[in-house]
Design a protein around this ligand. Structure first.
Ligand code: URA
Length: 257
């Protein structure tokens, strides 16, 4: 398994790639006994002996968390403007983990975090269409035709949206509350879709990713995913990967397959 040294350190769950590069440039990392100060050095994780501060690297335990991100928290490590980030909610957790995809500052709800970059890549690969479910409070009452448009796909500046599942939950106080499940993760997609049908999002909460639901978790809290949830999410994304591969082979001319 060949990887650059900085990627190898972050893949094993020790730190971010940026931190890894700092450690490497600082001379803290040795490969087969020799100090390596170039983060781009190729290493073979199956053969090379890598040490940090003299300690051999052992792959760290895989962690998979589900965090209920509150509105107003960034999905980044640090914010130059000093705004709160999801890392402020993790308490004493010592291992380096990172978010699987992003949630807007103004959006609350389910955020997965892990140190398993293969898992993260699988779940967030846009070609695998892992479904994401949101609760939406719209600024107006939405007609059946407006909800049907969301369901069938609306034209956005980056292209038409894929079909979505849309369920009206209730109409009250001049607002429609509905649930939408999309299989894409474009930037501010739900907000832009609702604007495309002539309304606005007042509140947006992500309640599920694939088969994993936020359930009764309190806002700002996290819990670890069960092994069954990790398996179910992985299987969901792998089914998407198989579908994507099939579709691609259908699009290729027969002689290229
Ligand atoms: N759609 C949005 O508009 N915002 C998000 O954070 C996620 C999906």
């Amino acid at each position: 398994m060949l990887k650059t040294l900085d990627r190898a350190l972050s893949r094993l769950g020790f730190c971010s790639r940026t931190e890894a590069a700092e450690w490497i440039r600082g001379g803290r990392v040795r490969v087969n006994g020799r100090a390596q100060t170039d983060p781009e050095t190729w290493v073979d994780l199956d053969r090379d002996r890598i040490t940090v501060d003299g300690r051999p690297l052992a792959p760290s335990r895989r962690i998979y968390l589900l965090l209920y991100k509150p509105k107003g928290y960034l999905t980044t490590w640090r914010d130059p403007q000093g705004r709160p980030t999801v890392y402020d909610l993790l308490g004493k957790l010592r291992q380096w983990i990172f978010p699987v995809g992003r949630l807007d500052l103004d959006t609350s709800g389910l955020l997965l975090m892990t140190n398993d970059s293969e898992f993260a890549e699988l779940i967030s690969n846009p070609d695998y269409h892992v479904p994401k479910t949101y609760l939406v409070k719209a600024s107006t009452l939405l007609s059946d035709a407006q909800l049907a448009a969301l369901r069938h796909g609306v034209e956005l500046k980056d292209g038409r949206t894929r079909p979505a599942e849309v369920i009206r939950l209730r109409d009250s106080g001049g607002r429609t509350f509905f649930e939408i499940t999309i299989t894409e993760g474009r930037n501010r997609q739900v907000r832009r879709m609702v604007e495309a049908v002539g309304s606005k999002v007042l509140k947006l909460v992500r309640t599920a990713i694939g088969p994993v639901r936020i359930g009764s978790l309190e806002i700002g809290k996290w819990r670890t995913l069960t092994p069954a949830e990790v398996r179910a999410l992985t299987e969901c994304a792998k089914r998407g990967a198989r579908r994507a591969a099939k579709e691609q082979s259908r699009r290729l001319p027969p002689e290229a397959v």
